[in-house]
Structure formats: structure tokens, C-alpha cells
Design a binder for this molecule. Structure first.
Ligand SMILES: [Zn+2]
Length: 352
């Protein structure tokens, strides 16, 4: 089957001021509007188009999408119509054209077009090597009004957010993905302050970064409040470092004179206690860790409990419970910190 083009078969750069006339009067329009630059960079202009890989090499299909770098994707309109409001409108507006498959020049590279089409077709999703690979496809999905595809791409974005949360946060804001922006912002708490710079910040208002810093500060504050009182911990009064009075404990460990903490007894009653000096020192380490990275995992890192263990094992009484009590306390603290931090809301800025 020959391919009937709606434009001249000689490729016109999207930056060219000359828009070629439609060959058949069809209302099918170019996805590459005059003057609209390619979304993912300048591409070379090969002399003749090449064919896309399967399943986009099926010549019996009813439309051809030609990428900006001259790769032809043979696709079914019905699939594009279902996936894309943009294409559905384009086809609805089209006058009856020739029987041959019309050609739609695209401003995107073949790589981006293929990723987009793989998300539309019943084939395995494309693989994205990095968040930089993903973004042009998100741009295209938004441009072609592919809402469901955008949801799929958002899930990919959040996978990358695990390693590059600040970049994911800035990208989510650019696409008005509020929930994804909140999730990515939460993941930035795992980074040391500040997160590594990303150029994506250029595309969002300074207010967005200000909100993120304010969010981090509030999360640090609520996280640290978890070690001001221990009523969140079941049977807290049984922990080896707590005593009922501030005087010298019977084991010989020195006691911190203040502050007085509240814990739960085994019966669940709130009661005041005092802590050993070495536990008080441990709390200082925890506070510093939470201010640096206000999330539960920050108190589970190797080494944070080295000092308290070393201090406690020098006491013949406390040494027997220090390991189990420390494990219980730190795991409970991590859960409590995450619970408190999850209640903190990030202010979202709209990107225009
Ligand atoms: Zn002791």
C-alpha cells in the first residue's frame, strides 16, 4: 500500500516559516504546527524516512505518524482515537480523505513517538533509563491529551522519585500532578539537606522551592517532638534507661536531672520518668539525625545506636536489656516519626 501524505513528502522543518499545503484538502492537520519547535531537541533531516520497528511497521494500518527524525510509524486510528483526545478530535474533524493512510508529521523524535505508542498499544510498556528519558514522553502525552497514558507515566515518574526526588518534584509541578508532587516532596526528606541541585528547578517558580524548604522544616519539628514524650510507645516504663526518680539509679548509671518524660506503664497509664545520662545523650544524636533527614528511616541507619550500646554495656545491670530495648525503641520511633510527618501538608504552587 502506498502512503498518501497530507503534506509534501519532502520534510519541512517545524521551524520553517513555510507551511506546505495539504495535498488532499483533508482537515487532518499537522501535529507539527508551523513555528512549533521540536519538543525534544533538534534532529537531523534524513533524506528518506525509515520504518519503525514492529508492531509499527504494519503497512495495512490506516495512518502514519512520521517522527521529526523521519521514522514512519504505521498505526491504527482507532487506537489513537481511544488514547488521545487530540487525535480523536483530529480524526473527527477530518473530511473524507483518500483511501491510503494519511501521514501526520510529528514534532517528536522517533524515540519519544515509539514510547508513546507502546503505551497506547497492547504491548509491554517502554523502558525508561532515566527521568530525562521520561520527560519528553510526558510532554508529548500532555500535548496529545492522553490522560490515561499520563497516569502511567506518573507512576514511572514516582519510581524515579525514589532516587531523584527533587527532580521528580519539579517535574510533577510542571505537569500539575499534585499528588505526585506531594509524594516526591516526601521523598526529598530522605536526602541530606539540601537535596542535590536539579536543572528542573529552572522550570518552576522559586515559591515551589520555598514551600519545599518550609515543608522540610515543619517535618523536622514534628519528627523531633516524638522524642519529647514517649507516650506513643507501649510499655515505655519498662525500658532499661528509664527510672522513676532523677537520683542515682540502683545499677550505678548516672541519671539526667531533667527533663522529665512521660511514658506508658504496662497497664497503659501515663506516668513520669527520668532517663539515664547515656540515653539523654542518645536523644541528642537522634534529634540531629531527624533534623538532617526528617523521616523514620533516619533513625534506623547503622551506627546511630553505637554510642548508646557502648555506654550501656559498661553497666553490668543495663547491659542485658540494652540491645533488645534499643531495637524496640528505635523501630517504634521510626513508625511514630513517619506517622507524624505524614500529617504535614506541603503547600503546592501552580506552575503556569
Ligand atoms: Zn545501668
Amino acid at each position: 500500500m502506498s502512503t498518501q501524505t497530507v503534506f509534501s513528502t519532502s520534510y519541512q522543518s517545524p521551524r520553517s516559516s513555510h507551511q506546505p499545503p495539504m495535498a488532499d484538502g483533508s482537515a487532518i492537520n499537522s501535529a507539527a504546527q508551523a513555528g512549533e519547535p521540536p519538543v525534544d531537541g533538534d534532529v537531523a533531516q534524513p533524506i528518506s524516512p525509515s520504518s519503525a520497528p514492529a508492531p509499527f511497521d504494519n503497512l495495512s494500518t490506516d495512518i502514519v505518524l512520521r517522527s521529526a527524525d523521519h521514522v514512519d510509524f504505521h498505526v491504527w486510528r482507532v487506537i489513537l482515537r481511544e488514547a488521545s483526545v487530540f487525535f480523536a478530535n483530529m480524526f473527527a474533524d477530518a473530511q473524507s480523505g483518500p483511501s491510503d493512510a494519511p501521514l501526520v508529521p510529528m514534532t517528536e523524535s522517533a524515540r519519544t513517538v515509539e514510547a508513546l505508542l507502546r503505551l497506547c498499544y497492547p504491548v509491554p510498556d517502554p523502558e525508561f533509563a532515566s527521568i530525562d528519558d521520561l520527560k519528553p514522553v510526558m510532554v508529548a502525552a500532555r500535548k496529545y491529551q492522553m490522560d490515561y497514558i499520563m497516569q502511567v507515566l506518573t507512576r514511572h515518574l514516582l519510581v524515579f522519585a525514589e532516587n531523584t526526588p527533587l527532580q521528580a518534584y519539579a517535574i510533577a509541578l510542571q505537569f500539575d500532578l499534585v499528588d505526585a508532587a506531594r509524594t516526591a516532596a516526601r521523598l526529598t526528606l530522605r536526602c541530606d539537606d539540601p537535596c542535590p541541585f536539579t536543572e528542573e528547578l529552572d522550570a518552576v517558580p522559586a515559591t515551589a522551592y520555598y514551600h519545599l524548604l518550609a515543608y522540610r522544616r515543619r517535618c523536622g519539628e514534628v519528627a523531633c517532638r516524638a522524642i519529647n514524650s514517649f507516650t506513643w510507645l507501649e510499655d515505655g516504663s519498662t525500658l532499661v534507661w528509664f527510672r522513676k526518680s532523677a537520683g542515682m539509679s540502683s545499677c550505678g548509671c548516672s541519671m539526667a536531672e531533667k527533663p522529665r518524660y512521660y511514658v506508658q506503664t504496662e497497664a497503659g497509664v501515663k506516668t513520669p520518668v527520668y532517663a539515664t545520662s547515656w540515653f539523654q545523650k542518645h536523644l541528642d544524636c537522634i534529634r540531629a539525625a531527624l533534623l538532617a533527614r526528617p523521616y523514620g528511616g533516619a533513625v534506623l541507619v547503622d551506627g546511630l545506636c553505637n554510642q548508646i550500646i557502648e555506654d550501656a554495656v559498661s553497666c553490668n545491670t543495663c547491659r542485658w536489656k540494652i540491645h533488645s530495648d534499643t531495637r524496640k525503641f528505635m523501630s517504634g520511633l521510626a513508625v511514630e516519626v513517619d506517622k507524624r510527618v505524614s500529617a504535614i501538608e506541603l503547600d503546592i504552587v501552580q506552575c503556569k
